[in-house]
Design a protein around this ligand. Structure first.
Ligand SMILES: [Zn+2]
Length: 505
């Protein structure tokens, strides 16, 4: 062994050991986080928060020490000598550090104050439905992002492209302008046709009152159908549903029981269940090499939305779960047919609020946020002009307009902490339409859904969609799964076919 390889080996062991310890702290904070969001007593929240902050800071200290960063950087410099998974680890760590190394602890502290002030102003602005309360903070957050971008060791020269790259590696504005432009060109006219169609869809039964006990049974049943592994996970209720991964063997989900919206629980569970399957079925060695956070947000959303929409809102899935739904919601569904349930969960209704959007209108909500945040970051428009632009775009894309800023530009919290994140939601839909088509070349997917054969579906997902997600950027990932380059056309055709049939146009 020469001196260099001895040093590499030593650094590798040190980095692994440190990450393993940091991982223990993270697992502990994740358990506390889950507890706080679900069953933690009100008066215990502060104490639990303190424990969590302490553990988090321990992990932070370990992975921000000069010694650790030096070792990690040495691995990066010598990455060609490493095994594949160690190389990926070194690259991931380098990506992380090259962004923040020039940010001093003082700047970091200042940034956290800006963020928390922004959150407060956003909340107050939302409460009073007044964008001008949040506007100064939005400017401040934007300027903070731009300053930190200038301090990066590596950048593309365009800040917004850098922010996009943080969330969806290798995707640029030029890509999104083209993909989203194509989507709008074909989907805005279809939206108009749907709204003008004479088709009447029955929705009265969707708001019938159900009990928490019925919803809990349904949630468990849906997870069983999807082959979610209850020996390595559990579920609870919370205000804003999420999936919490503490490694491959403890992936917990949460849902929310709205008494007059029983299908919201079904699709929340299918969505979070999709996120959970991605975590439960990922290669074990990725966790052992600490590279399991390599999956992008767009990849993760593609999987959750695959189970929620492509599978979950298909006629075969409704047919599969209909008998059980009739049993659990016996009274509420007594006069409802399978077809009516299918059409009911696929009704297209333009709404002002993103989180309440149906499958068809959802992407419009995302595209207009993308178009605005690009302007914010590039400084081409005044911050004060944003609410007007927001409202005009809602009118143009969805034919409706907010009456105030609460149901308009202030509805989402994202601009208090991130730019470039929203587009990943729309990309997720576009990715899964592509791999769904690829999957159908291998076997009859609707027949497998109808038969409840999720072993087959999840097996294909694990082998093709999950296996390499941590290792490669999204464009390459799609190319490897599908054998062709990314295009929004699969998703556009999927929507045209599905909603054309439902609305008979
Ligand atoms: Zn999600």
């Amino acid at each position: 062994m020469d001196q260099n390889s001895g040093k590499i080996q030593k650094d590798l062991e040190f980095v692994r050991e440190t990450l393993r310890t940091a991982e223990l702290y993270h697992s502990a904070t994740a358990i506390i986080g889950f507890d706080r969001e679900t069953i933690c007593p009100k008066k215990a929240m502060a104490a639990e928060g303190e424990v969590s902050a302490f553990l988090g800071s321990q992990a932070f200290r370990l992975t921000k020490s000069d010694e650790f960063i030096k070792a990690a950087e040495n691995l990066y410099q010598n990455r060609d000598l490493l095994d594949e998974l160690d190389r990926v680890m070194a690259v991931q760590l380098h990506r992380r550090y090259s962004k923040v190394r020039n940010i001093t602890p003082e700047m970091n502290y200042e940034d956290s104050l800006i963020r928390s002030r922004a959150y407060e102003n956003w909340l107050n602005g939302k409460r009073s439905a007044d964008f001008s309360v949040f506007a100064p903070s939005l400017r401040e957050v934007r300027d903070m992002f731009l300053r930190n971008d200038r301090l990066r060791e590596e950048h593309s020269g365009d800040p917004y492209d850098d922010f996009l790259d943080d969330h969806e590696r290798g995707v640029t504005q030029a890509d999104l302008d083209e993909w989203f432009g194509r989507f709008k060109e074909r989907m805005i006219p279809l939206m108009g046709k749907i709204l003008k169609s004479g088709k009447r869809i029955r929705t009265d039964f969707l708001s019938r009152t159900v009990t928490d006990e019925q919803q809990r049974k349904m949630a468990r049943y849906i997870l069983q159908v999807l082959h979610y592994d209850f020996d390595r996970g559990t579920f609870a209720t919370t205000e804003h549903p999420f999936t919490n991964s503490l490694g491959r063997d403890d992936v917990r989900i949460t849902t929310n029981y709205k008494p007059n919206q029983f299908t919201a629980n079904i699709y929340t569970v299918a969505h979070e269940g999709g996120h959970a399957l991605f975590e439960q079925l990922q290669p074990r060695e990725h966790l052992e090499h600490f590279i399991d956070s390599g999956k992008t947000s767009g990849m993760h959303e593609s999987v959750s939305r695959f189970y929620e929409n492509v599978i979950g809102r298909s006629p075969e899935f409704i047919s599969l779960i209909f008998p059980k739904a009739k049993e659990i919601f016996a009274e509420q569904l007594s006069d409802v047919t399978e077809r009516e349930l299918y059409e009911g969960v696929n009704t297209v209704t333009p709404t002002l609020v993103r989180t309440e959007a149906d499958e068809f209108t959802y992407t419009f909500h995302i595209i207009l946020r993308y178009e605005l945040e690009k302007e914010i970051v590039n400084g081409r428009c005044g911050i004060e002009d944003l609410p007007g632009m927001w409202n005009r775009k809602y009118r143009e894309y969805l034919g409706i307009e907010p009456t105030n800023d609460r149901e308009g530009i202030l509805q989402d919290v994202h601009w208090t902490f991130a730019f470039g994140y929203f587009p990943t939601y729309a990309l997720g839909n576009m990715y899964n339409a592509m791999y769904y088509n690829r999957m159908k070349e291998e076997f009859d997917v609707p027949a497998a859904v109808l038969a409840g054969d999720f072993g087959k579906i999840n097996g294909w997902m694990a082998e093709n969609v999950f296996r390499r997600a941590d290792l490669i950027p999204p464009k390459q990932w799609i190319r490897e799964i599908c054998g062709r380059d990314f295009t929004p056309d699969d998703y556009i055709s999927y929507l045209e076919k599905k909603y054309g049939a439902i609305y008979e146009i």
